[in-house]
Design a protein around this ligand. Structure first.
Ligand SMILES: Nc1ncnc2c1ncn2[C@@H]1O[C@H](COP(=O)(O)OP(=O)(O)OP(=O)(O)O)[C@@H](O)[C@H]1O
Length: 306
């Protein structure tokens, strides 16, 4: 029998996962996995737990939580030679990654993907800054706006979900300032003031499902988005366009693919919605580095590069 390790964050989202745990164990058992679990105790614990699961050579690690928990789990696996397969049970406030790979929000639906889906290799991102390498699965970024994700209090997220981020965004709008940046990407250079830059692996970011419309999960390339300095009115217009994926041809936006990106200026780095230290730093796309469970149809789409 294969062995699975569930790593779950009891504080994620609306804090419902624990109640469903007995049912999840039964479902995984039926799917052929002898399963044990670990409840995380605080920041960094999911990384430790994932590292232990690697050492103990589990076949599958199931990350149950929001994007922050998945990111921590990936950080415990990505730099290891033996990498267990990964599955997601999205019970967080932000579940951008689950949305991008088509894993449903329902716990039963997510278990069904483990039972009847397929594991496919996908790209992940690495970033080296402050002398350390970290990994991300969805998005990295910098600029004042990206800082809002860690300014939203956990209690507010439990109560309001995604809405908490939008409220914070509106509150912060007047204080968003441009940042001086030098960004090198696959031999090209951008130099100037920016509102934000994003290095994306998927098309789904912050609830905007068309932010990086050309992104592919397994082509070895990031989608790089640079939003140049604008005034507040322009900025709001661009956010509205971004909701429809129509921002990419705007003259204030650079949208391109790159495998290797260097950000040479000092600014805070946001990794999958959490604070990731200070830049400068270098991003490298790790081609098809992790195998992740998705629905059968999604696996076919990913393989076909859709
Ligand atoms: N027992 C715990 N108590 C408090 N915080 C925890 C605990 N376990 C993990 N955490 C922290 O909670 C963070 C957020 O977790 P997660 O992403 O799963 O939840 P979330 O509700 O979706 O929040 P977000 O959308 O901001 O990521 C994790 O990065 C981790 O550092």
């Amino acid at each position: 029998m294969k062995r699975a390790r569930i790593i779950y964050n009891p504080t994620s989202g609306r804090e419902i996962f624990k109640r469903h745990l007995p049912d999840v164990l039964v479902r995984l058992e039926k799917a052929g996995y002898e399963t044990s679990c670990h409840a995380t105790t605080g920041a960094g614990d999911a990384t430790e737990a994932a590292r232990k699961a690697v050492e103990r050579e589990f076949d599958l690690v199931v990350a149950a939580g929001g994007d922050g928990t998945i990111n921590e789990v990936v950080n415990g696996i990505a730099d290891q030679d033996y990498r267990p397969k990964l599955a997601i049970i999205p019970v967080g406030t932000t579940n951008d990654f689950a949305r991008a790979i088509g894993v449903p929000r329902s716990i039963e639906g997510a278990c069904d993907i483990i039972a009847n889906g397929e594991a496919v290799p996908i790209d992940i991102g690495s970033v080296t800054n402050e002398g350390k390498t970290r990994y991300f699965i969805n998005i990295a970024g910098g600029g004042r706006l990206t800082e809002l994700t860690y300014e939203v209090p956990s209690k507010l997220k439990t109560m309001l979900g995604q809405l908490a981020y939008y409220l914070k965004g509106i509150e912060m709008l007047p204080s968003i300032k441009a940042t001086e940046a030098r960004i090198e990407y696959d031999g090209k250079v951008f130099e100037g003031e920016i509102m934000l830059f994003l290095v994306s692996l998927t098309n789904s970011v912050g609830g905007f499902e068309k932010l990086a419309p050309d992104s592919s999960l397994n082509d070895g390339m990031f989608d790089l988005i640079i939003l140049k300095k604008t005034n507040l009115a322009e900025f709001i217009r661009l956010v509205t366009l971004a909701a429809r994926g129509e921002h990419i041809n705007d003259p204030n936006v650079i949208y391109t693919k790159a495998n290797r990106i260097k950000v040479m200026s000092p600014m805070q780095l946001n990794l999958d919605g959490e604070f990731g230290g200070m830049l400068p730093g270098e991003f490298v796309n790790l081609y098809q580095h992790l195998e992740i469970f998705v629905a059968k149809e999604k696996a076919e789409q990913i393989r076909a590069g859709e």
